[in-house]
Write a protein that binds this ligand. Structure first.
Ligand code: ZN
Length: 340
């Protein structure tokens, strides 16, 4: 008998017996090996994820091994893969326009339907990404890195840009990883000194900006870019005040990308928005080809995520240990193990 760990209601996980149907045509059965824990899982645990339905099996950052295939594909049983958790309808208008990441009827594994906190899972074969040269740890971080890859692709960042990242959590770090490959001058701002220290030591960010309650953010940001405002801002905080502040922080003609999501209204001063002729973009999920870009970047060594993982736990220990783990201030990224 297989087991799944199910979030029954906010604050309560339980282990439940799990039986899966045989994989349908076009599906693969995969054995889950590692699962990344992300902000979405933590919000669902705290009951802060609006429109979230309980009970739900969480888990959308999945490293897995193929155990069965029902359909023709170039995959082999036994291969390790990253699972793309975005189940889109290929006939939807957005999918047809090459934007499956924001498909009108998108269902994300572990969010809108049951995900991967279980021994095995059936998934469409076309949502598997081959990564023979990657470790299970690396594969569990592909989805999270895809968020950063997509945001940087949306921004059209160029070497001559001055770019500011607001928020140095895992999503901010994902943006930073790919932004560095494009070559702009980069500053990172956060409220947490330890996170900024990590940007300095792991990414060589020279001037991390520590925001305090009385910071004059505009002067602080200007100082770090030699008196100029940045051409490009990524908000990876999901905080409405931070998102609001980007309108004042951006240079005239600049681009703002909202990667973090705030569950409510964000307002701004329209005359400033117009005067500066700001381009404001949102960024949601990632596309299949961006999953490939992430895997290639990891396999070539351009992206090194080894130092990101601060916490590990076994799937069966989630009901007893998840709550205390996410309270630990040193948590950067947690990975759940099913294989050792
Ligand atoms: Zn995630």
């Amino acid at each position: 008998m297989q087991t799944a760990i199910r979030l029954e209601k906010p604050g309560t996980f339980s282990a439940v017996p799990d039986t899966l149907p045989d994989p349908a045509p076009g599906e693969a059965r995969v054995r889950i090996r590692r699962i990344g824990v992300c902000g979405t899982d933590i919000h669902a645990f705290h009951g802060r994820q609006p429109f979230f339905e309980y009970p739900r099996i969480l888990g959308h950052e999945l490293a897995a091994e193929i155990v069965a295939l029902n359909g023709d594909s170039s995959f082999q049983v036994g291969e390790m893969v990253a699972v793309e958790p975005y189940l889109n309808d290929p006939t939807s208008p957005a999918s047809q326009k090459g934007k499956p990441n924001c498909c009108e009827s998108l269902r994300v594994l572990g969010v809108h339907c049951d995900g991967g906190m279980r021994d095995e899972l059936n998934v469409p074969i076309n949502k598997l990404h081959r990564a023979a040269g990657s470790s299970a740890d690396q594969l569990a971080l592909v989805e999270m890195l895809g968020i950063g890859r997509h945001a940087v692709n949306r921004s059209c960042a160029a070497p001559q840009d001055k770019a500011l990242i607001l928020g140095a959590g895992p999503i901010g770090l994902s943006v930073l990883s790919f932004l560095q490959l494009q070559g702009p001058e980069i500053a990172v701002a956060d409220l947490d000194e330890a996170r900024l220290d990590f940007c300095r030591t792991a990414f060589g960010v020279e001037r991390p900006l520590l925001i305090t309650p009385d910071s004059d953010l505009v002067s602080m940001v200007k100082n770090s870019f030699g008196g100029e405002l940045p051409d490009l801002i990524f908000d990876a905080t999901g905080n409405s005040q931070s998102m609001h502040s980007t309108i004042d922080l951006i240079a005239n003609g600049g681009r703002i990308v909202f990667v973090g999501l705030f569950q409510g209204e964000v307002s701004f001063h329209d005359p400033t928005f117009h005067r500066k002729e700001i381009s404001l973009l949102s960024s949601r999920n990632a596309t299949s080809s961006e999953f490939g870009e992430v895997i290639r970047a990891m396999e070539s060594g351009a992206i090194d995520t080894a130092a990101w993982i601060t916490h590990r736990l076994n799937l069966v220990d989630i009901p007893s240990r998840f709550a205390s783990m996410i309270e630990d201030l040193s948590l950067r990224k947690a990975v759940i193990h099913l294989d050792d």
